[in-house]
Design a protein around this ligand. Structure first.
Ligand code: NAP
Length: 397
């Protein structure tokens, strides 16, 4: 691929956005546009949404636009502003995410599909804003070892992990007694569990506090999202599973807490708006204006907390075995969830079938460590095939 410098702005952080057309991608664009003196777009990568990409290309004038889907790239041929070059396919995304001409990569594709391009950025030593938690769940130690080897700075974009990152500053890792992630409880926090089998994808996607992509919204409703986040936290912060926990906090104002050895608990608070953790990942110090509303605690009035009911949210029970087990369990946990979550959104299975499928897949896979990316993909493929088989049987019931 031939790189040109035609539209690069000197002295700016040159950004590559993986998943530019998604919810996190667009919130990143919003923060970038507030600081045109600090950030410029090197490459925008989307999958199918060519209409949104066209809009973003006009706003940011990147050097490159990539659609990983070839038909979507075709739709953009001849449509992009002058000077913006077009490519298609994941290989182009991988090349641009690791290019010497990009300084920071926002990893915001959804699912383990984001792993190759994100890992390429990590291996190339980029600053990586990590929203795409599935890649850390799938290949946690390979990913973190690559970051250590290259010196890449991996900064969390999940609000909970961004909170933990902030509460860690200036503290000794060995003093951590407990890392606590908060969970909103999603749209079904108070719904009668007996009625959960009949909820629709639209009901599951309508999150009370956060406006997010479809897959993560359903993950919030099943609480698979929090389960994935516990695995993510284990790798990001090198925390032993017995020091990791989660608690329901319906207001989504406190995003995460660390309890230290002396009993002191540090928490990070902000209005629930992803532009805050995105801005923090883009530049931690000095802090950037992010565009989110100021927190007015007098108006909020009350911050409440409750324990997570494992009967209502069995994903949080299953993740304990995953955290205690080897890599193949985490790979299967994520892969089965990706398949079942999509099947639910396609109206092929019921809501309760999602976590049920994940549980059945976990019962049938090996519990062993993996050493290479090839092994990761092999176990990922096996778990996906098992999930499809189990879902097929459900479909015929
Ligand atoms: N949204 C949030 O508030 C939030 C918070 C914390 C963490 N996250 C994490 O951030 C990631 C993105 O979430 P999101 O809510 O932004 O999702 P989203 O709105 O659904 O966006 C997903 C992005 O990934 C692209 N994509 C989808 N399938 C792909 C594939 N097979 N190959 C390459 N690209 C693909 C999409 O492209 P097209 O749309 O062009 O097809 C889109 O740009 C997820 O891992 C999620 O867990 C999100």
């Amino acid at each position: 691929m031939h790189h040109t410098n035609s539209n690069s702005v000197s002295n700016t952080t040159r950004m590559t956005l993986l998943g530019a057309t998604g919810s996190i991608g667009c919130s990143t664009v919003d923060v970038m546009l507030r600081h045109p003196d600090k950030f410029s777009a090197f490459a925008l990568v989307g999958h199918r949404n060519s209409e949104k990409m066209l809009e973003l290309a006009h706003l940011l004038q990147p050097q490159w636009v990539v659609m990983t889907d070839a038909d979507a790239a075709q739709e953009l041929t001849g449509q992009l502003p002058a000077g913006v070059q077009l490519e298609s396919g994941m290989d182009a995304a991988i090349t641009l995410a690791s290019s010497p001409e990009t300084d920071m990569v926002m990893a915001a594709m959804v699912g383990s599909a984001g792993l190759p391009a994100t890992l390429a950025a990590v291996k190339a030593g980029k600053r990586v804003g990590l929203a795409n938690k599935e890649c850390l769940v799938t290949a946690g130690h390979i990913f973190m070892a690559a970051a250590q080897a290259s010196g890449a700075d991996v900064v969390p974009v999940d609000s909970e992990h961004a909170a933990i990152h902030q509460c860690l500053i200036g503290h000794d890792h060995a003093s951590i007694a407990q890392v606590i992630l908060t969970a909103s409880g999603g749209p079904f926090r108070d719904r009668d569990p007996a009625t959960l089998h009949s909820v629709t994808p639209a009901e599951a996607i309508a999150h009370p506090n956060w406006d997010m992509g479809a897959k993560i919204s359903v993950d919030s409703a099943t609480m698979m999202n929090k389960a994935l986040e516990l695995i993510e936290a284990r790798w990001l912060f090198d925390i032993k599973p017995d020091k990791l926990s989660a608690i329901i906090h319906p207001e989504s104002i406190v995003h995460g807490m660390i309890e230290y050895a002396d009993g002191s608990v540090l928490a990070q608070l902000a209005m629930p708006d992803m532009r805050m953790p995105i801005a923090y990942a883009m530049q931690a110090q000095p802090r950037l204006a992010s565009g989110i509303a100021w927190l007015d605690l007098a108006k909020t009035g009350q911050l409440s907390f409750q324990a997570i009911d494992l009967e209502r949210f069995p994903a949080m029970r299953l993740v304990q075995d995953v955290l205690a087990g080897h890599d193949t369990l985490a790979i299967a946990f994520n892969a089965a969830n990706e398949i079942a979550n999509a099947a639910f959104r396609d109206h092929k299975i019921g809501f309760m079938d999602i976590v049920n499928t994940v549980e059945q897949v976990l019962e049938r896979v090996e519990n062993i460590p993996v050493a290479t990316l090839d092994e990761v993909w092999s176990h990922d493929g096996h778990a996906r095939a098992l999930s499809v088989e189990i879902l097929g049987a459900k479909h015929h019931d």
